[in-house]
Design a protein around this ligand. Structure first.
Ligand SMILES: CC(C)C[C@H](CS(C)(=N)=N)C(=O)N[C@H]1Cc2cn(c3ccccc23)CCCCCCNC1=O
Ligand SMILES: [Ca+2]
Ligand SMILES: [Zn+2]
Ligand SMILES: [Zn+2]
Length: 169
């Protein structure tokens, strides 16, 4: 696993997130559920907790966008780059953007939102790319059954290096 230069991380355990818009490809409930489960991938192995807020301040702002969308990292149409996210920090730090020229799906038609979101939130929490092929933080998207998805040891070691493991309770 790799972290970002300077090892940026959040210095609080409760992080808030806000979904500012939705893709037309899926019912809103499915988007909310995919995002919730993508955060759970990381909260399952750390002391981190994630809380969805409907408006106002949020640490992690989630949006769907096409092409140029105001952050200097324009998307590229269908395929190629699927999404991007910013390392922990103020303002745009932690935010995750999803390319709405993709065909977002719940199962394996096209791009699985849960799997991509789980990868993006790895970046939002401070993980860069891993060179371990089966790792969630590997730079290339590959479909796995979301129902049986498990975090690789490499991903878990990386996130626990930043935030520690889940306290026994
Ligand atoms: C890991 C993802 C969830 C997030 C990353 C983006 S990021 C910033 N969050 N690390 C991603 O989108 N990776 C590309 C990488 C990529 C693969 N190809 C490309 C062709 C052109 C441009 C990029 C790519 C070859 C063709 C396949 C294109 C579809 C799949 N795309 C990818 O796997
Ligand atoms: Ca794209
Ligand atoms: Zn963006
Ligand atoms: Zn990535």
């Amino acid at each position: 696993y790799r972290t970002f230069p300077g090892n940026p991380r959040w210095n609080k355990k409760l992080l808030t997130y806000k979904i500012v818009n939705y893709t037309p490809d899926l019912p809103q409930q499915h988007v909310d559920d995919a995002i919730r489960r993508a955060f759970m991938v990381w909260s399952d192995v750390t002391p981190l907790k994630f809380k969805k807020v409907p408006w106002g301040y949020a640490d992690i702002v989630i949006r769907f966008a096409r092409r140029e969308h105001g952050d200097g990292y324009p998307f590229d149409g269908r395929g190629n780059t699927l999404a991007h996210a910013f390392a922990p920090g103020e303002g745009i730090g932690g935010d995750a953007h999803f390319d709405d020229d993709e065909r977002w799906s719940r199962y394996n038609q096209e791009v699985n939102l849960f799997l991509v979101a789980a990868h993006e939130f790895g970046h939002s929490l401070g993980l860069a790319h891993s060179n371990v092929r089966g790792a969630l933080m590997y730079p290339l998207y590959s479909y796995v059954n979301p129902e049986t998805f498990t975090l690789s040891k490499d991903d878990r070691q990386g996130i626990q290096k930043l935030y520690g493991s889940k306290p026994a309770n």
